[in-house]
Design a protein around this ligand. Structure first.
Ligand SMILES: [Zn+2]
Length: 144
């Protein structure tokens, strides 16, 4: 089901999301429907009003594949360089910000490890930020 996207300043976007229990099938389905409806690359549960550590994302280079993450942990590959990525956010319409992102990350969900680089790595870092109440506008001024 397509859900309304929560728009900044809603306080749920500034709340650290709680660990999720096992009941995530409907939530993930709604996140996917809503992300695809808006042609987004990722969407986190707080963005549809549910403060749980769940998000969905897709690789810009392989957009047909959709990944769901429940209680993920993100490990930047800190020896790799950072780049500035121009990012928007469905919760902050029309605003774009240059955000420093690691070019390579690893994300761990239970026993699954996924390595990501480039734009997909940036998408995953953006969605992880949502779970920790961080938004693109925290990184710098909007680009005009
Ligand atoms: Zn966002």
């Amino acid at each position: 089901m397509i859900r309304p996207v929560i728009i900044f300043y809603d306080p749920i976007l500034r709340s650290v999301a709680a660990p999720s229990d096992g009941q995530t099938a409907e939530l993930c389905a709604d996140l996917i429907d809503t992300m695809l409806h808006h042609n987004g690359l990722g969407l986190a549960a707080p963005q549809i009003g549910i403060s749980k550590r769940v998000f969905v994302a897709r690789d810009p280079n392989k957009p047909a594949a959709i990944y769901t993450f429940v209680n993920p942990k993100l490990y930047p590959q800190r020896r790799k360089k950072e780049v500035e990525v121009v990012e928007g956010c469905l919760s902050i319409p029309g605003v774009f910000v240059r955000v420093p992102r690691y070019t390579e990350i690893m994300i761990v969900e239970r026993t699954v490890r996924i390595k990501a680089s480039g734009m997909f790595a940036a998408v995953l870092q953006h969605e992880m930020d949502h779970l920790d109440s961080k938004l693109i506008i925290d990184y710098g001024p909007p680009i005009r």
